[in-house]
Write a protein of this length. Structure first.
Lengths: 115, 111
C-alpha cells in the first residue's frame, strides 16, 4: 500500500541551528509531494510543494525541500531555525493512482525551537 | 486571501447521535475533501468530492458517513450514528486541482 513515513517524531533545536526533517514515500508512479506546517492552534498551511522540474523547491519562511526520486525522499530543510518555527510539520504525497487526489500524510514531526 | 472555513470549531455529541460538520471551501475550487486526525495519530483521508459526486473514499468512510454539497458554497460531512472512535479533528480541504488548502478543523468529541 502507498505510504509516507517521517523518521523524526520530536525534534528540539536551538535557534540558528540547521534543520532537516526526513520524509520517504512508497509508490513507484507519478507523485506530487508537499510539506504542511501546523502552528499551535492553527490550521494546516502549505509550506512548499513539488510537482515536476527542479527537484530543489523553495517555500515560504526560508524552507526548502529536495526531491530525490531514487531514494523516494522529500526532505525538508532550513539553514537557520527561529523560535517561531516551533510547530508540527507534515509530509504528504499525492500518488496518482487514478483516484480522487487524496493526500497520504506522514505521522508528523513536532519541532520545538528553544531560545 | 481566501480561506476554507469550518463550523463548528468544537462539537460534543453523545454516542449514537447524528452530527453534521460544515465547511465552506474556497469559492473557485472544484475538488473538496474531508480528512480526520485522531489524537496522536496521522491525518487520514476520508473522502474526495468532485463534480457533485464522490470521486474516492477510504475504508474509514463507511455507510455511517455521507457528504453533500447542498448549495453552491457549503460542503458537509454527516456522521449518522456517532461512535466513541469517531472522536477526532475533522479537516475540510479544497483545491483547484492538486494543491489542497485546509480549514481550521472541527474537533468532534463523542461521549
Amino acid at each position: 500500500a502507498q505510504s509516507v513515513s517521517q523518521h523524526n517524531h520530536h525534534v528540539i533545536l536551538s535557534e540558528a541551528a540547521s534543520l532537516e526533517l526526513g520524509c520517504n514515500y512508497s509508490y513507484g508512479g507519478t507523485v506530487n509531494l508537499f510539506w504542511y506546517v501546523q502552528y499551535p492552534g492553527q490550521h494546516l498551511q502549505l509550506l512548499l510543494k513539488y510537482f515536476s522540474g527542479d527537484p530543489l523547491v523553495k517555500g515560504i519562511k526560508g524552507f526548502e525541500a529536495e526531491f530525490i526520486k531514487s531514494k523516494f525522499s522529500f526532505n525538508l530543510r532550513k539553514p537557520s531555525v527561529q523560535w517561531s518555527d516551533t510547530a508540527e510539520y507534515f509530509c504528504a504525497a499525492l500518488m496518482h493512482t487514478g483516484g480522487g487526489n487524496k493526500l497520504t500524510f506522514g505521522t508528523g514531526t513536532q519541532l520545538k525551537v528553544e531560545l | 486571501e481566501p480561506e476554507v472555513t469550518q463550523t463548528p470549531s468544537h462539537q460534543v455529541t453523545q454516542m449514537g447521535q447524528e452530527v453534521i460538520l460544515r465547511c465552506v471551501p474556497i469559492s473557485n475550487h472544484l475538488y473538496f475533501y474531508w480528512y480526520r486526525q485522531i489524537l496522536g495519530q496521522k491525518v487520514e483521508f476520508l473522502v474526495s468530492f468532485y463534480n457533485n459526486e464522490i470521486s474516492e473514499k477510504s475504508e474509514i468512510f463507511d455507510d455511517q458517513f455521507s457528504v453533500e454539497r447542498p448549495d453552491g458554497s457549503n460542503f458537509t460531512l454527516k456522521i449518522r450514528s456517532t461512535k466513541l472512535e469517531d472522536s477526532a479533528m475533522y479537516f475540510c480541504a479544497s483545491s483547484v486541482r492538486y494543491e489542497q488548502y485546509f480549514g481550521p478543523g472541527t474537533r468532534l468529541t463523542v461521549t
